[in-house]
Design a protein around this ligand. Structure first.
Ligand code: TXA
Ligand code: MG
Length: 319
């Protein structure tokens, strides 16, 4: 049996397995299996109010999952599927409430990772898959990350190599016909706006956390973490400590720094995004006293990187 068949076998038995996607690794289960869905929440230690994304293999499956689909949603799907775009749409009654956290809407996407697509192609059902990390911890971008975080809790990790995008999908919902950004992700706001025009950003005040990816604390390393506009100043503030630096492009010339991770020496924000979580995973294992991260340029995927860094640095607990 090849690895995709092994994964499919577990999934058909209502078990959960980790799967590669182009964004991050997901913890997957049959979207219609109550047993599998409950197990996902249990393994992640995730609160039930936080809904899951349904992964489908082709756009002709969309109407089995969602209804009242706005034309802008089809425009976005045409432009970005398969790929790192999640759409939040009115749900079909057949989608279990456990998937949607009791909401009337459902999040759905077609991943572009060839292994994920082949697996979905072998299955008779769609997969729900949150990122395969314990709730609030860093998202996994390699099979090794999953194994070290959840390896003893799940029967199988389907290895598809390092995730090409390295940050989660961009999530777009709709207010009537009007698209609203719920989570910054692997597709930049600029690229979305090229397809559908102005994109409003969801603000939390309306209801309690609609997209918990938007919670203030999320994606956090265990090591103390600080996001700063002024690295030199923070270095001075942390003198004598074992410091790790997370830097965009240019190494900082300072012998007192224990470790530096450069996310893209050629200055590509896309490359920096793809290296972000793996750099944080690596530094979180070095027993540093503090990780100092510099703020990235506020454009393209720099916005997504800043969003993740800000949540990692937040001191407020998510729940
Ligand atoms: O790239 C990704 O999206 C990865 C890969 C595995 O596909 N998945 C992922 O799932 O990031 P997760 O569960 O870590 O994040 C899903 C986000 C959560 O913040 C959740 O609140 C939001 O999607 N979400 C899901 N359903 C929603 C809904 N009906 N309304 C609003 N937000 C929703
Ligand atoms: Mg997540």
């Amino acid at each position: 049996m090849n690895n995709i068949d092994i994964a499919a076998d577990f999934l058909r038995k209502d078990d959960v397995v980790a799967i590669p996607t182009e964004t991050v690794y997901g913890l997957a289960g049959n979207a219609y299996s109550e047993k599998a869905i409950k197990r996902i929440f249990e393994v992640k230690n995730r609160p039930f109010f936080n809904p899951l994304i349904v992964h489908i293999k082709a756009i002709d499956e969309l109407t089995q999952i969602a209804t009242n689909i706005p034309s802008a949603a089809y425009k976005l799907a045409d432009a970005f599927w398969p790929g790192p775009l999640t759409l939040v749409l009115d749900k079909q009654p057949s989608i279990p409430e456990l998937v949607t956290g009791g909401k009337k809407t459902v999040a759905v996407r077609i991943p572009s990772h060839p292994v994920a697509l082949e697996l979905l192609g072998n299955l008779e059902f769609p997969l729900v898959a949150p990122s395969a990390n314990p709730f609030n911890y860093l998202s996994p971008t390699s099979a090794e990350h999953v194994k070290s975080q959840l390896g003893d809790k799940i029967p199988f990790v389907l290895d598809g190599g390092d995730c090409a995008k390295g940050v989660e999908s961009t999530i777009i919902g709709f207010d009537g016909e009007k698209p609203v950004l719920y989570r910054l992700g692997a597709i930049s706001m600029e690229d979305i706006e090229d397809v559908i025009g102005h994109l409003e950003v969801f603000t939390k005040s309306e209801t309690s956390p609609n997209a918990p990816g938007m919670l203030s604390k999320h994606y956090s390393p265990t090591t103390k973490f600080c996001l700063t506009e002024n690295i030199e100043q923070e270095l001075a503030n942390n003198k004598g400590k074992k410091i790790g630096l997370l830097i965009f492009q240019q190494k900082i010339d300072d012998d007192s720094v224990a470790h530096q991770e450069i996310l893209s020496d050629r200055g590509s924000l896309d490359e920096a995004a793809s290296n972000l979580f793996s750099a944080l995973h690596k530094m979180d294992k070095l027993n540093l006293d503090v990780i100092l991260a510099e703020r990235f340029p506020d454009k393209g995927l720099g916005k997504t990187i800043n969003d993740r860094l800000q949540r990692a640095a937040s001191q407020t607990k998510a729940h």
